[in-house]
Design a protein around this ligand. Structure first.
Ligand SMILES: NC(=O)c1ccc[n+]([C@@H]2O[C@H](COP(=O)([O-])OP(=O)(O)OC[C@H]3O[C@@H](n4cnc5c(N)ncnc54)[C@H](OP(=O)(O)O)[C@@H]3O)[C@@H](O)[C@H]2O)c1
Length: 331
């Protein structure tokens, strides 16, 4: 418990961010119920924005980055966890307003922690991470809103990204016909291997500018926001469901109400900051009926020292799938 903590710390202010490796003492851990020795973390789009200051993500400086991590419980004041439990930590303030996963140890509120469900290894769980959790939550919510295999094609954009890769995998294993839309068409073999039945270059999607265009999609999972999301509202089928997950292309949405009032298009929001009961439900499904089949293909595992380069790659759009960081894999 007294050994020093190796950490990747984001310092500065919202206007000028620097990030560097450093050593923290246990007294610098944040308050919380559960101390976790971290083995692996991952690099999400949000992590890359946070560590480079490209987005105003960090709400407390200095802050260890990393919005998800897996490890072993060292001590717990919550009856939900015992020392030795294998757990995943993600969402809420993790890596945003409290120290996150790029550190060999963390202390967090119990509500940010889930046991890794039976059937998933720790590496599976961090490959899924907050990205796959959000993908599964989106599928869960879309099906509650009427999406079902056989109703038509489902579009997934930003397709090579972390959320999108796992979404494609989950939808394909449930029998959906998935159309992957990507800015990296050379990655078509990867996307087909995940289960996409068709891969479309984002530049080849016909411009959709009228309030209602030809209806093409029973559903869509949107990581991009901005114009790509607006185009989806115009091209989704009657009673189709769009899950809005991200804003990699922009945060504005300029459209009309016509898709909603004339086609009954359902635009649903997906947010991964959930209460324990919903987190348990989604993680149980991720280990059972929504279990991705291609995690080995989606994951790339890199040493802790490579983190700054991985962050650069994500910010510059060179990443594919999920990058897992081996923070202290020997623990
Ligand atoms: N709602 C939530 O709770 C929640 C949870 C997790 C993530 N998110 C959000 O979901 C989005 C995706 O996250 P992620 O971790 O999967 O990110 P990621 O791995 O970096 O993937 C994003 C993908 O979007 C595409 N892309 C990137 N920049 C773009 C741009 N400027 N214009 C158009 N396409 C672009 C790229 O795919 P292609 O090259 O294949 O097109 C990229 O691989 C982010 O906005 C993130 O903040 C939200």
């Amino acid at each position: 418990m007294d050994d020093p903590i190796r950490a990747y710390l984001i310092e500065g202010s919202a206007d000028a961010v620097q990030a560097r490796f450093t050593t923290l003492t246990p007294s610098q851990l944040d308050p919380g119920d559960v101390v976790v020795r971290i083995h692996h973390a991952s690099v999400n789009y949000k992590d890359a924005l946070a560590a480079t200051g490209r987005g105003r993500i960090i709400r407390r400086f200095p802050c260890v980055g990393g919005i998800d991590a897996v490890g072993t419980v060292e001590s717990s004041q919550s009856p939900r966890f015992q020392p030795g439990d294998a757990v995943i930590v993600h969402s809420h303030g993790f890596g945003v307003s409290q120290h996150g996963g790029y550190a060999t140890r963390t202390r967090v509120p119990a509500d940010w922690v889930n046991p890794i469900p039976p059937g998933l290894s720790a590496l599976d769980a961090i490959t899924i991470g907050v990205a796959g959790y959000t993908a599964a939550l989106a599928v869960d919510l879309m099906e509650l809103n009427g999406l079902a295999p056989g109703r038509g094609r489902v579009l997934v954009n930003g397709a090579t990204g972390g959320v999108a890769s796992i979404t494609i995998d989950i939808l394909a294993q449930r029998g959906y016909e998935v159309v992957a839309v990507t800015g990296k068409p050379a990655q078509a073999p990867y996307l087909k291997a995940l289960g996409a039945s068709e891969v479309v270059a984002a530049s080849d999607l016909a411009a959709a500018t009228r309030p209602l265009e030809k209806a093409l999609w029973a559903g869509a999972v949107d990581s991009l926001g901005g114009e790509p999301l607006a185009a989806l509202t115009r091209t989704t089928n009657k009673d189709g469901v769009i899950a809005s997950i991200g804003n990699a292309a922009g945060q504005e949405l300029v459209t009309t109400v016509m898709p909603f009032i004339l086609r009954g298009v359902r635009l649903i929001g997906v947010n991964s900051d959930n209460e324990p009961a919903l987190r348990e439900h989604v993680w149980r499904r991720l280990a059972s009926d929504l279990r991705p089949r291609h995690l080995g293909r989606i994951a790339q595992v890199k040493p802790f020292d490579d983190l700054p380069q991985v962050i650069k790659d994500v910010v510059e759009g060179r990443n594919t799938g999920r990058t897992v960081i081996a923070v202290a894999p020997e623990l």
